[in-house]
Write a new protein. Structure first.
Length: 196
């Protein structure tokens, strides 16, 4: 489990694609303290550490994950958002995030508003009902509050700190982001479905 509060940016430094894709990620963390088998949210996708050295960790990505996320677009040099798994007793600064991406969201407009930035986001219609005004959404691993919703779109405001410290500061019109809907919305929808 994660909170959607990014603690570092990583860089893809190597990609191997023999069966599963294998990514080597450079990070400012001391990777020697990361357990093999630990979960790390990489731009919102929960991945398992298979190897590590002092400044890098390695993850393997299945075809299923590649088909549902933006990871297939990663290249050597790509910057990604990183968050270590939540520990019992840690501060829950964002919202509960599982690292299981529901869909890809596309940025349809990006505009500066005073000291923040507004992103207009288009999502597949099947996920529109899970997004609520003033509810939570996770985009590329970042916990955000929804401003307004439309039939298959919504918008968020991003404060300057988040804009500078995460990869969201590099998005532009047409960018594709990993999106995870709020976990409570997911289970509420499922409960209503089975009670019909």
């Amino acid at each position: 489990m994660f909170t959607g509060i990014i603690t570092a940016r990583g860089e893809i430094v190597d990609i191997q694609s023999d069966g599963d894709w294998v990514f080597t990620i450079a990070t400012p963390w001391d990777c020697q303290v990361i357990d093999i088998g630990a979960s790390i949210a990489c731009s919102g996708v929960c991945l398992t550490v298979t190897k590590r050295d002092a400044r890098h960790f390695v993850v393997a990505v299945s075809a299923e994950t590649l088909s549902r996320t933006s990871l297939g677009r990663w290249k050597v040099g790509s910057q990604i958002n990183l968050e270590r798994a939540l520990k019992v007793g840690d501060e829950l600064g964002g919202h509960i995030v599982s690292g299981h991406v529901d869909c890809l969201a596309q940025v349809t407009a990006c505009s500066a508003i005073d000291d923040s930035h507004r992103l207009d986001i288009e999502i597949p219609a099947a996920f529109a009902g899970f997004v609520a005004e003033k509810g939570s959404v996770c985009l590329d691993g970042v916990s955000l509050t929804v401003n307004e919703v439309g039939p298959s779109n919504f918008n968020v405001n991003i404060i300057d700190h988040t804009w500078q410290q995460t990869t969201l500061g590099a998005v532009e019109t047409g960018s594709v982001l990993n999106m995870e809907i709020d976990m409570l919305a997911r289970y509420m929808a499922r409960l209503l479905q089975v009670q019909k």
